[in-house]
Design a protein around this ligand. Structure first.
Ligand SMILES: [Zn+2]
Length: 81
């Protein structure tokens, strides 16, 4: 069984995302990245106000205090690995 190969399969998907996502903010914790991804999904599905701002998802997270520390990520790493 090659269970390890399935993880790489996901990463090889072509990037067609219009909005910045969790992976574009590598210093944020996983929880905050997932929330940003969820909001980006909503924007891309047309559930949110139409915008050309690629940072709209993270701005939404900020405005609605959806970070783990409300207005910011409390668990972010200082350095980008
Ligand atoms: Zn966080």
């Amino acid at each position: 069984m090659a269970a390890g190969q399935q993880a790489g399969w996901i990463e090889e998907k072509p990037e067609s995302h219009k909005f910045l996502r969790g992976k574009d903010y590598p210093n944020l914790c996983d929880r905050c990245k997932q929330i940003i991804n969820s909001v980006a999904d909503m924007y891309e599905e047309g559930l949110m106000e139409d915008t050309d701002d690629i940072e709209a998802p993270i701005m939404y997270v900020y405005d609605h205090k959806m970070y783990c520390g409300e207005h910011e990520c409390e668990n972010k790493s200082e350095r980008i690995l």
